[in-house]
Design a protein around this ligand. Structure first.
Ligand SMILES: [Zn+2]
Length: 173
């Protein structure tokens, strides 16, 4: 396994809609990339990491939101589709492509997501709270959408100013 380089905003790959993973791409190469993505995400202290964040313009992501006992819960979503959403949650959100930036974001409380696993098997999951937030955030990455687009205009302007400051001090690389 090896660590991958994480793309920082505003790298174009983060603003590009990913292409679906085709049937023939469910192969050992995909499994290796996914392993490396888990390692990269854990190393960076994140709970989710999407392919575009490691410069792969494809529709898949990994996530590890620990359960109540702190037990790891590694999941891979390939070609994710949000089937339905419900409710609302407001909370702080970060992104490994925006180091040091945390902002309050409103998301849905519950999602039903359909995806394929690493072998191409289809599955559906009903998730709440942080897991739902994470699935929505990472599926956005597959669509070339970053959490900046989910902020209120005021917060987005504040965030952009903070990014400029961090870039100037070299803390964004
Ligand atoms: Zn992100």
């Amino acid at each position: 396994m090896s660590l991958m380089e994480i793309a920082r905003y505003p790298e174009p790959v983060l603003l590009t809609v990913g292409t679906p993973v085709s049937e023939k791409e469910f192969n050992p190469d995909l499994a290796t990339i996914v392993d490396n993505m888990f390692e990269t995400m854990h190393d960076a202290g994140g709970v989710g990491l999407a392919a575009p964040q490691v410069c792969i313009s494809k529709r898949f992501f990994v996530m590890d939101v620990p359960d109540e006992t702190g037990e790891s819960n590694k999941l891979t979503f390939v070609n994710p589709e949000i089937i339905s959403v419900e409710g609302e949650q407001i909370g702080d959100e970060g992104c490994l492509s925006f180091p040091g930036l945390f902002q309050t974001i409103k998301r849905q409380m519950r999602v039903i997501v359909r995806a394929q696993d690493i072998k191409g098997e289809k599955f559906e999951m009903d998730l709440k709270e942080l897991s739902a937030r994470c699935v929505l955030h990472e599926t956005d990455h597959c669509d070339g959408i970053t959490f900046l687009d989910r902020m209120t205009i005021l917060k987005r302007e504040m965030a952009k100013r903070k990014i400029k400051r961090l870039q100037k001090t070299g803390k964004w690389e």
